[in-house]
Design a protein around this ligand. Structure first.
Ligand code: UDP
Length: 140
């Protein structure tokens, strides 16, 4: 498997509870490298655009409100099989279903406030990284 990049977001429940360092330690423990990172307060329009794929889902409005309820940390992770490796360490969407060692099992508050986002395919990763970062900001 080649070196790959994926987009990760530490969500507002994680920044509010001062968990960014703990979550980054889990990410770095997998061998993935954080090659770009910034803390942002998303606007409603930005959150709606980022989650546009979910706009017909019943939870869309609440998800957008949650994602703008405080700052997020957006990051690019790089390494072998980065998309799947990050999905594995995130755990299931609902923390009740997440395997014990995962970020969501350890830290998530609920199915909505589940601490992290991670791209779910290589193709989505390319687009999600472009949404937040210029190439000059990504440094391995
Ligand atoms: N979400 C929610 N309610 C649900 C399903 C999802 O609030 O019933 C939120 C949750 O924050 C999740 C995000 O919407 O992380 C995107 O959902 P997706 O199904 O893509 O899950 P993920 O890929 O983040 O595990």
């Amino acid at each position: 498997m080649a070196i790959q990049r994926t987009l990760s977001i530490l969500k507002p429940d994680a920044t509010r509870r001062n968990l960014t360092g703990k979550i980054n330690a889990v990410i770095e423990g997998t061998g993935l490298k954080i090659v770009a990172q910034k803390r942002l307060q998303l606007t409603q329009a930005q959150a709606e655009a980022f989650y546009a794929v979910h706009k017909e889902r019943p939870f869309f409005g609440e998800l957008v409100s949650f994602m703008i309820s405080g700052p997020v940390v957006v990051q690019v992770l790089e390494g072998e099989d980065a998309v799947q490796k990050n999905r594995d360490i995130m755990g299931a969407t609902n923390p009740k279903d997440a395997a014990p060692h995962t970020v969501r099992a350890q830290f998530a508050e609920s199915i909505e406030a589940n601490s992290v986002h991670g791209s779910d395919s290589a193709e989505n990763a390319v687009n999600e990284i472009k949404f937040f970062f210029a190439e000059i900001e990504i440094n391995a």
